[in-house]
Design a protein around this ligand. Structure first.
Ligand code: PMT
Length: 222
């Protein structure tokens, strides 16, 4: 028999990249494949949770979760999360959300007439920070993708955004992070930390899901 510590728990989880349109045929994107988030969504569902996955565009097959909602842009992801956030117990932000979007996408294909082209970008809302700032926030788990000062920047995000946990990974190197099948994580909370060495994202997701379940239950015991 499999232990189901998250039976009856509703989880909302974002995964994958976002696409910010420049014109009808082009977008600004990033290297997230969605693998880490999809694996985590399945691992949490396997622990008994009812997982709603809010996914940006990926090439992955639909994971075994309760519900999957597909979005494209950061603003669409923000809307899809905010209409559901009050109704979940745990929110996990695995998505690589674009921090900026082109202010006004061109209505027609941009022509290559000029020698140079300047894009004007505006800030997207921070979905994770908005959920953590709700008056009765769910248990919030963020990710931090950093190329340097990984733990220091992650701890800053944990405290600044008022999160319950943050899972930090190094990106942009030749191991782990975006696109690859493996990843390594340093998970931080206010008074603790745990290291997960480089391993397959499926295995890593199972270990992280267990830790989330433990910390979530600990919150109620406190
Ligand atoms: O998809 P894979 O190829 O498997 O790669 C996995 C991953 C590297 C994308 C994943 O492990 C990861 O690190 N996800 C977070 C990526 C990210 O955008 O990190 P960040 O440090 O820029 O953002 C911090 C946190 O705020 C994240 O939880 C992010 O989801 C959230 N955020 C950021 C901006 C924004 N506008 N809204 C948000 O919710």
């Amino acid at each position: 028999p499999v232990a189901r510590p998250l039976a009856g728990v509703r989880v909302l989880l974002t995964a994958g990249p976002t696409r910010e349109p420049l014109d009808p045929v082009r977008f600004l994107g990033n290297r997230s494949s969605g693998r880490m988030g999809f694996a985590l969504a399945e691992a949490l569902e396997a622990l008994g949770a009812r997982v709603t996955l809010i996914a940006g565009p990926t090439a992955l097959a639909a994971p075994r979760v309760t519900e999957q909602v597909e979005v494209e842009t950061a603003l669409e992801m923000y809307e899809a999360v905010m209409v559901r956030a009050a109704d979940c117990h745990i929110f996990v932000a695995t998505a690589a959300v674009a921090d900026y979007r082109p202010e006004t996408p061109a209505a027609t294909k941009i022509k290559k007439d000029a020698e140079s082209l300047t894009l004007h970008l505006v800030r997207n809302p921070d979905i994770l920070a908005a959920v953590a700032a709700l008056s009765q926030p769910p248990f919030t788990v963020g990710f931090a993708a950093e190329t340097d000062h990984v733990e220091a920047y992650a701890r800053d995000k944990l405290l600044r955004k008022g999160l319950d946990m943050i899972a930090a990974n190094r990106v942009g190197g030749d191991q782990g992070g975006f696109e690859r099948p493996e990843n390594a994580l340093t998970v931080l909370w206010r008074d603790g930390r745990r290291e997960f060495p480089l391993m397959d994202k499926t295995r890593l997701a199972r270990a992280l899901a267990q830790l989330i379940a433990e910390r979530y239950q600990g919150r109620h015991a406190a």
